[in-house]
Design a binder for this molecule. Structure first.
Ligand code: COA
Length: 358
């Protein structure tokens, strides 16, 4: 395809979306922000850790594009890549709060948490979600899922939180990848070699029919630009994060004991009438809550007590400049590293984290 968006790499994708001559990369390959965790595992790291952050103008409006490189570690989010995304979003939030409107666009091409840096990836993704929710009070946060990788793992939750998601029919979206489901639930439950099954369930057409993605466009650079510009101008938002009652009612009506095909699911989806559900609001604070299973495991495995105190070392307030973004990105990495002697720790903790996620 001559003007394909899917065929481009992250840096090119960010560049072509921005108005000609306006793109400026932040925390680029020469800033030496490289994952320290890959080389010890005999994996060749990338100078940008698979994330490209580019500021510029999109149809003459300020925009920041955060593009995940699906060709590097399946677009998995680790310590450095996660910190880059969070810092970019926090700066966009600070600018918007200060009245300087800037539109964030996230290009998702990702297998979710980078398996080699599981704990850091999980921490980053929770921070990404916090900032997205905060940003949505000011501007729509637009997501693109062009394919080939699609949007998986923790980043598929990010996907669901975004104001408006645009994709092509070359993408798939799902919490677990097809092979992961087969491995954990068995081939009878899910045959990952069945391409029809995969595309009819995880593919964007089905995801659009069931409200996970908002618009499917042709694999064409101009089609993406046009769709983003319209989403920004019309402040498009599908408010998925406010549809809790609907999804909880849908879940109430699903019987996991019985097999469910795509037609029946779509039928049910269209029939559901949301009933109110009461959930206690989640609260956060500086004081530790009751001991969770995760905290118990962490303290037992690392010998670190009162882990919340390490997190409270974080006191960085991002400022509006690029220098500050570098500093806040560096700060986040330091904070994540505050979790202990990480190389040893994550080797012990990773299997448990993965187990908890399944
Ligand atoms: N962390 C690290 N590496 C990952 C990754 C992740 N989360 N997701 C994919 N990769 C790597 C794969 O290991 C593979 O590496 P290789 O080329 O060195 O073998 C590469 O990315 C491409 O993945 P592959 O599975 O060959 O591509 P695919 O297009 O067939 O499938 C996914 C893509 C995302 C569907 C599949 O890789 C997958 O299911 N990943 C795990 C998703 C998941 O369950 N994440 C949970 C963590 S939150």
């Amino acid at each position: 395809m001559s003007n394909s968006f899917v065929e481009l790499h992250a840096r090119q994708r960010a560049e072509v979306l921005l108005d000609t001559g306006t793109a400026r990369e932040l925390i680029g390959p020469f800033d030496n922000m490289i994952s320290p965790h890959l080389e010890p595992q005999n994996i060749v790291p990338e100078a940008d850790d698979g994330i490209v952050v580019m500021k510029g103008q999109l149809n003459k409006k300020n925009a920041v594009i955060i593009a995940i490189e699906g060709a590097f570690q399946g677009g998995g989010i680790g310590e450095v890549s996660g910190a880059k995304i969070v810092s970019a979003l926090e700066h966009a939030l600070a600018d918007n709060k200060a009245g300087k409107t800037i539109y964030p666009v996230i290009i998702l091409d990702t297998g979710g948490v980078r398996l080699q840096e599981a704990n850091y990836g999980l921490l980053s993704i929770s921070e990404i979600h916090n900032v997205i929710i905060a940003l949505k009070q000011y501007v729509p946060v637009i997501g693109l899922v062009p394919g080939r990788v699609g949007s998986f793992g923790g980043m598929s939750i990010t996907n669901a939180l975004l104001s408006y998601v645009i994709g092509t029919d070359k993408a798939r979206i799902g919490l677990n990848g097809p092979e992961v489901i087969e491995q954990e639930a068995g081939v009878k439950e899910w045959d990952s070699s069945d391409k029809n099954l995969i595309w009819n369930t995880l593919g964007t057409k089905q995801r659009q029919a069931t409200g996970i993605i908002d618009e499917v466009v042709d694999d064409d650079v101009n089609a993406f630009r046009t769709a983003i510009i319209a989403a920004v101008n019309e402040k498009k938002d599908s408010y998925r994060d406010r549809r809790g009652d609907f999804y909880l009612t849908l879940l109430d009506q699903l019987d996991p004991e019985k097999p469910l095909d795509i037609t029946s699911y779509n039928h049910l989806f269209n029939q559901v009438v949301a009933k109110p559900h009461h959930l206690e609001p989640a609260t956060s604070g500086i004081h530790p809550g009751t001991k969770s299973r995760g905290r118990n495991w962490f303290e037992l495995l690392t010998g670190i007590k009162k882990t919340h105190k390490v997190m409270c070392r974080r006191s960085c307030t991002p400022g509006p400049t690029d220098v500050n973004m570098w500093q806040s990105c560096q700060m986040k990495i330091t904070v994540f590293q505050g979790f202990g002697t990480v190389k040893q720790v994550w080797r012990k903790v990773t299997p448990w984290v993965m187990w908890l996620m399944i």
